[in-house]
Design a protein around this ligand. Structure first.
Ligand code: SAH
Length: 355
């Protein structure tokens, strides 16, 4: 086949995806391993149009509060894995967390995301108390949790206490790939069980994966696409894998900008009304990464609300951006960045189109 025929075939696969909102595994994999800049541009024109159909030019913001970097898990890619003895551990007190929310609310945030390692100090009782107090103080806000794998009972208790959304990236849909990224005591089956439970309970649920993680193949990414199609999450968080120097993957290559953007575009066509963040990791591998993410179909940004004193300690990967800025600077900076490409940061909860 000539290069020209190849391109024509790739473009018609994008047309097919737009029309049917799904492709076969082999079709996804073929697109992922063969796309060119021209194919990307063709995809992004469509993904932007679909994004605008559901969300206009609005960009939703989430105030991210990284409230603990203690973690009992030892995920091979992650800088706050328990095996990293060089990590300086911290946890925020309940009043520090509430202080972050106060700052965030004044700045116009109407969603708070509590993210952390799996820290045994935060028992269900402690978390429930924090959830209740945040929701009592800010009834106009949505609360998202991102605290890892829990039992059905715990997820239900957090939901009943007022949590609205939950982010738990599945990391990779391929079971053998999952095992290469995680220690033996973690299983892809349990990760997926958690996501099913979260949906069943009624959370707006987010899954997601790293692009370019070690050992990942185009087939694996194609499986991720089929997995999200089947799960139908409300949110999908993806960003490039970035090595962290104190992990077993210190010497692995980062995921690329081009491939991450391409995956964002494919996700937008596969789940047209999904909430899709343009992540900090994307901004870390390219100075205009987050703008490019929005232009590839993303519609959410998640500036950091954590106190500046602890920011550098939540180093899940190297060279993470925005670790020196106050929350207000982060908010203003993102607002300007979004304006520069013709989009507007809005003050609202930013619920999924179906809510
Ligand atoms: N403990 C929580 C939050 C984890 S941090 C949980 O299990 O959900 C949030 C996400 O950061 C992870 O799900 C992972 O996909 C991503 N992450 C971790 N290490 C990374 C790295 N080195 N590069 C890029 N992303 C990483």
């Amino acid at each position: 086949m000539t290069e020209h025929d190849n391109n024509t075939e790739l473009l018609s696969l994008i047309d097919k995806l737009e029309e049917k909102s799904v492709l076969s595994k082999d079709e996804y994999a073929y697109l992922i391993e063969s796309f060119t800049p021209q194919v990307s541009e063709y995809l992004f024109e469509k993904s932007r149009r679909i994004r605008e159909k559901y969300y206009g030019k609005d960009v939703f913001v989430r105030g991210l509060i990284e409230f603990t970097n203690y973690c009992k898990n030892d995920c091979l890619y992650c800088g706050i894995r328990c095996g990293n003895k060089n990590a300086q551990r911290y946890r925020l007190s309940k009043s520090e967390i509430l202080e972050c929310c106060k700052t965030g609310h004044e700045l116009g945030f109407r969603t708070f995301v509590l993210q952390g390692g799996e820290d045994p100090y935060f028992t269900a009782d402690r978390l429930i108390e924090i959830i209740r107090e945040i929701k009592a103080a800010y009834p106009d806000c949505a609360l998202t949790l991102s605290v890892g794998e829990k039992s059905y009972g715990e997820y239900k208790a957090y939901f009943d206490a007022g949590a609205d959304r939950y982010l738990l990236r599945h990391e990779t849909a391929d079971n053998s790939h999952y095992r290469k990224l995680h220690p033996e005591n973690m299983s892809p089956e349990n990760r997926k069980r958690c996501l099913m439970d979260l949906k069943k309970i009624g959370y707006q649920t987010g899954c997601g994966f790293m692009v370019g993680s070690p050992f990942q193949t185009a087939q694996n990414l194609a499986e991720d696409m089929l997995f999200i199609k089947e799960l139908e999450p409300h949110m999908v968080g993806i960003g490039p894998f970035i090595p962290q120097h104190d992990t077993p993957f210190a010497d692995k290559a980062s995921g690329t900008l081009e491939q991450t953007l391409f995956m964002l575009g494919l996700i937008r066509l596969t789940l047209p009304d999904v909430l899709l963040p343009s992540t900090t990791a994307l901004g870390t591998i390219h100075p205009l990464g987050r703008e490019k993410g929005i232009l590839a179909g993303a519609n959410v940004v998640m500036p950091n609300l954590s106190p500046v004193a602890v920011r550098k300690k939540y180093m899940i990967y190297d060279n993470k951006i925005c670790t020196g800025d106050e929350a207000a600077e982060c908010k203003n900076c993102l607002q300007l960045r979004m304006k520069s490409i013709g989009y507007n940061v809005v003050v609202n909860r930013g619920d999924h189109a179906k809510y």
